[in-house]
Write a protein that binds this ligand. Structure first.
Ligand SMILES: [Zn+2]
Length: 81
């Protein structure tokens, strides 16, 4: 059988626990930072008629320009998902 003494067992237990916590920390750190970047990028609209740049976080596909009141469709190139 595979024999380990108490010191080695405790050491392996602590190291595996720390590694698990570290991996979970990295995972949640990435998932909290990355959508924020995508969200800010998606909120910025540039009007295709008057080239007015504005922020509209309530709409994701079609937004109305506050300056010339024309509707803008989100380009596929602007999405980094
Ligand atoms: Zn406009």
């Amino acid at each position: 059988m595979f024999r380990v003494d108490v010191t080695t067992a405790v050491f392996l237990y602590l190291m595996s626990s720390l590694l698990a916590i570290f991996l979970i920390w990295i995972f949640f750190e990435r998932s909290t930072v990355f959508p924020k970047f995508v969200r800010e990028k998606a909120d910025v609209w540039e009007c295709s008629i008057c080239t007015y740049t504005y922020v509209d976080s309530t709409h994701h596909d079609i937004s109305q320009c506050p300056q010339c009141k024309s509707y803008n469709k989100k380009e596929a190139d602007d999405r980094f998902e």
